[in-house]
Design a protein around this ligand. Structure first.
Ligand SMILES: [Zn+2]
Length: 91
């Protein structure tokens, strides 16, 4: 085993690219107290999904809530991120 290179090794984190730098800048901007914001991309667009919504006599009747307070921009990319009222450290 002596002299053999290990199959797994730690890699130091790389410098953030332009997109990640933009995400970091957006996440760091001040926001109104209590406003929901995505901890991953910085978006403030909230998505709620319901199953089984019906319309009877012109009135909408609620269905079963599936997702609440999910980032809409991350959801479009296939990632479900619950929005946070305060920024949490990612590392
Ligand atoms: Zn997001």
């Amino acid at each position: 085993m002596a002299g053999k290179k290990p199959s797994l090794q730690l890699v130091p984190p790389s410098e953030p690219d332009a997109l990640e730098k933009t995400r970091q800048r957006v996440r760091a901007t001040p926001r109104p107290d209590g406003m929901l914001q995505c901890n991953r991309c910085g978006s403030r667009t909230v998505l709620n999904t319901e199953n089984g919504v019906t319309v009877k006599n012109g009135r909408r009747q609620a269905g079963t809530k599936i997702e609440t307070d999910v980032c809409a921009d991350c959801y479009k990319r296939g990632v479900i991120v619950t929005m946070q009222p305060a920024l949490k450290p990612t590392n």
